[in-house]
Design a protein around this ligand. Sequence first.
Ligand SMILES: [Zn+2]
Length: 252
Amino acid sequence: MAKSIRSSAKPLPKPVHTDGDGNHIHNLILLGLPLQERELISSKLEFVRLKTHQVLHEPGDSLKSAYFCDTGLISILSVFPDGKSVEVGLIGKEGFVGLPLVAGFRTSATRAVAQIEATAFRVDGETLVVLLRQCSHLERQLQQFSQLMAMQVTQIAACNRLHEVNERLARWLLMSADRVASNSLPLTQELIAQMLGTRRSSVTVAAGMLHKAGLISHTRGGVEIVDRQGLEEAACECYAIMQRQTKQWQDA
Ligand SMILES: [Zn+2]
């Protein structure tokens, strides 16, 4: 009896925390998948480094690839014909770029751009569509992330219209810090102004206020969050609303 148990026992599969080339996976969607699906998907992923300002896709582009963000920060921007743009979504290691593919659409409505040097696992768009049919957990995770992004985009749209620049700046710094898991953000005021869809001079004044209050400090080429709790209090309620909704859905 004991012998038959021993002979039939299979070694436990090792958890797959790396892709086929040994690159460590930090993306929470990939890490949340059952082993079988993760193994299947891992073999189709290509680890890529994204430079700051690298555009993943423009509005109207055919989505040849999708990206599981691994480190860094990706912005989703609404772009106007005159070239102006404003950020409507922020994605870090919790997220994915290429959501229209999940709904069966093949083109993008927005621009996706790396804000900080980033890494991601790229998957061919057509391959992803096939994988979604085979991997129910992946499909579910991406549908859920799609809802999280819709909630975020809605809140940010309201925020951009209703709230003051200093509150929006605090909200934006908190969201960015969460996604890169660091209080040190290599982001220039020029870039922040572009993301908030406002003038650089307004961002300079707002950053000055947060700095004077001892909440942030300016570092060479970036911003450091010094007092996280104070910054949360200085931010508009949008940050807390998004945090609360995300937690509520994740706990459900
Ligand atoms: Zn707001």
